[in-house]
Design a protein around this ligand. Structure first.
Ligand SMILES: Nc1ncnc2c1ncn2[C@@H]1O[C@H](COP(=O)(O)OP(=O)(O)OP(=O)(O)O)[C@@H](O)[C@H]1O
Ligand code: SF4
Ligand SMILES: [Mg+2]
Length: 325
């Protein structure tokens, strides 16, 4: 399976060296994303979603110590030099973020910025051809009148249109993997749906593997083929989207599902307590300080993912708890 994966991550660990000590942000994440698939990544704030993928992209600061493996094709990204990482970022893996305005240059025309992205990885191409390709890309991501819009500046675009520009830049070189980190969080519901549609179309038409990081389980339900749930820098449950929503065996996932407003429940029950301090994550299962089912054995070894019913679950009591569904 992993040989065909667009992105293959094994035992990824990220530790930030800070004045207060070592922040263990990511503590052994493994995953594969296949071409044309959408992998949803969910979990509370601080669970290590962004840091995992920023590490893969080589976009963390110097205080980050990264261990493990992350491969795109045969290229290992962990420990790779800047030149390799730049090449991979341009050609194989692209990332889009929540706030497109901060990523766009305010003093350059939008079309020129997309064209620059095209030129950066097609050295022989003429400027005219790159400009034409930029207009095509703006068209692909659904920007109306792309020729005129290409001559405008970022501040003349709405939030949704800016996010489309970012996607155009991200797909300029037909990447194998598109990592979208909360791409629609800042947008209203209608625009959010349109952006998700663009991402879905790219995956279908270009066969791009998509990693979709989001707080919003509604977005995951709509877009993802598979989902992985993160807690305290680890993957605690993983399954196809239907199984995760209907047959989760992990108390944390069940808590997340119960706390989501988008699933149409009238009364929400937030998970009690707060995420752990990653300077000193709890031993054993990191969720045990908040888990209603915690037992003495939960303080033992860190639970690994094992197949329980239809999901892979990292909970030592999952077999017993399945009866509680
Ligand atoms: N540069 C840094 N230095 C120290 N700690 C950091 C740094 N960047 C992130 N962290 C810590 O790493 C952990 C994981 O952060 P991350 O940004 O991956 O969370 P997240 O799951 O993406 O959360 P959110 O949903 O809020 O985006 C957090 O505890 C965070 O405080
Ligand atoms: S291992 Fe224990 S504390 Fe952790 S989720 Fe399972 S029951 Fe709860
Ligand atoms: Mg994040």
């Amino acid at each position: 399976m992993s040989t065909e994966s667009a992105l293959s991550i094994r035992d990824l660990r990220v530790t930030f060296k800070t004045l207060l000590g070592n922040v263990q942000a990511v503590r052994g994440v493994s995953l594969d994303v296949q071409p044309g698939e959408v992998l949803g990544v969910v979990g509370e704030s601080g669970s290590g979603k962004s840091v995992s993928f920023l590490a893969v992209m080589g976009l963390l600061g110097r205080n980050a110590v990264i261990e493990g493996s992350a491969k795109v094709g045969d290229t290992e990204l962990v420990g790779a030099n800047q030149r390799t990482l730049r090449k991979v970022r341009g050609n194989n893996v692209a990332m889009i973020f929540q706030d497109p305005l901060s990523a766009l240059n305010p003093v350059h025309r939008v079309g020129a910025q997309v064209a620059e992205m095209v030129l950066a990885h097609h050295h022989g191409m003429s400027k005219d051809d790159a400009a034409k390709r930029a207009v095509e890309l703006l068209d692909i991501v659904g920007i109306p009148q792309p020729e005129q819009r290409a001559r405008q500046y970022a501040h003349e675009f709405s939030g949704g249109m800016r996010q489309r520009v970012m996607i155009a830049m991200a797909i300029a070189n037909d990447p194998k993997v598109l990592i979208a980190d909360e791409p629609t969080t800042a947008l209203d519901v209608t625009v959010q749906a349109q952006i998700l549609e663009v991402i879905d179309r790219i995956r279908k038409e270009m066969g791009t593997a998509v990693v979709l990081i989001t707080h919003d389980l509604g977005v995951v339900a709509r877009m993802a083929d598979r989902v992985q749930v993160m807690y305290a820098g680890r993957v605690v449950e993983r399954a196809d989207v239907h199984s995760l929503f209907h047959q989760s065996d992990h108390p944390y996932t069940r808590g997340l599902l119960a706390s989501q407003p988008t699933l149409g429940r009238e009364r929400l029950s937030p998970i009690p307590g707060a995420p752990p301090n990653m300077l000193q994550p709890p031993s054993g299962c990191a969720f045990r300080v908040r888990c209603a089912h915690a037992a003495p054995e939960c303080a033992g070894d860190v639970p690994e993912l094992i197949q329980v019913r239809r999901t892979e679950t990292a909970c030592v009591r999952a077999q017993e708890l399945e009866a509680l569904v």
